[in-house]
Design a protein around this ligand. Structure first.
Ligand code: CP
Length: 309
């Protein structure tokens, strides 16, 4: 049986290209399973997984929980806002207390970049990073690339532009690493103030004009402006932002080709994307959500198989 080169999923930057192909081949099989009348397999009946969410989430939290249940794992959920973290307990103490209940795997979202790496060095369980601050969101990038592969047949050779608030986005960084590993060409587009200063050192071109970026690409991944991570103003007003960096039907119709539109969610309708685009055939936003369950099943299944070695 093929195995992953890693014991944890802490970031795409720790993966090899063959790891991603293995995750995709496994996810193909799980996608078939979740579309059957009986959507469950007994693979992980002996595994217990804790979902620790120190930051808000809708898609990622539900998608991981569903993936774990479809694999027949035992699941416990922890939300920081209702926990003893509020009484001053440290991350390592919190997790070690949870692990003493015989937990094998931890899925964690945390506001601090590197929280998953820190945890993997201090506790004896397999760790999956479900988003660490503005650093990485590896399963989002995997499901995004899986969705491009599904719609366009392959990721290699495709031109992908990531649009919007690149500076505060863990989705952008993980997507850049995953797309490059799989042989796609990547550019970013957004206001200069929301593009990290040294992004070119990752081999990424910056395009400031949205129409030019869309004319170049096969796929546009539209990101939300992450107001919750901003302590200053990065552009004059939301209206100005939308005018320059929002994708609309009129803008898409002005291109001489049809591109694929993606969004990791949550969407701010009318800001970075209009409703008629978000809800159109050109957008694969809900396919991304559906694929998230299969891809997360694959990641959990492959990491759990290493626990049993
Ligand atoms: N895409 C994503 O991470 O969404 P949530 O914040 O709702 O999990």
């Amino acid at each position: 049986m093929k195995v992953l080169s890693v014991d944890h999923l802490l970031g795409i930057k720790y993966l090899k290209e063959e790891d991603i192909h293995l995750i995709f081949e496994t996810a193909d099989q799980f996608k078939e399973v979740i579309n059957r009348p009986i959507k469950k397999v007994p693979s992980l009946r002996d595994i217990t997984i804790a979902n620790l969410f120190f930051e808000n989430s809708t898609r990622t939290k539900l998608s991981f929980e569903l993936a774990e249940k479809r694999l027949s794992a035992d699941v416990i959920n922890f939300s920081a806002s209702q926990s003893s973290v509020k009484k001053g307990e440290t991350l390592v103490d919190t997790v070690n207390n949870i692990l003493s209940m015989k937990v094998d795997m931890v899925v964690m979202r945390h506001s601090s970049p590197g929280a998953g790496v820190f945890l993997s060095r201090h506790v004896d369980a397999s760790i999956i990073n479900a988003g660490d601050g503005a650093h990485e969101h590896p399963t989002q990038a995997l499901l995004d690339c899986f969705s491009i592969r599904e719609r366009l047949g392959d990721v290699a050779g495709k031109k992908v532009v990531i649009v919007g608030d690149i500076l505060h986005s863990r989705v952008a960084l993980s997507n850049i690493f995953a797309l490059q590993l799989l042989g796609a060409e990547v550019k970013v587009c957004g206001p200069k103030t929301l593009i990290p200063k040294h992004i070119e050192s990752l081999g990424i071109d910056v395009v400031l004009d949205l129409e030019r970026a869309l004319q170049w690409c096969d796929v546009a991944n539209m990101l939300r402006v992450q107001n919750e991570r901003m302590d200053i103003s990065y552009f004059p007003s939301t209206r100005e932002y939308t005018k320059q960096y929002g994708v609309s039907r009129k803008l898409l119709d002005s291109l001489d080709k049809e591109i694929v539109i993606m969004h990791p969610g949550p969407i701010n309708r009318g800001v970075e994307i209009t409703s008629d685009v978000a809800d159109s055939e050109q957008a694969i936003i809900l396919d991304q959500v559906e694929n998230g369950v299969a891809v997360r099943m694959a990641v959990i299944y492959l990491l759990a198989s290493k626990l049993k070695q």
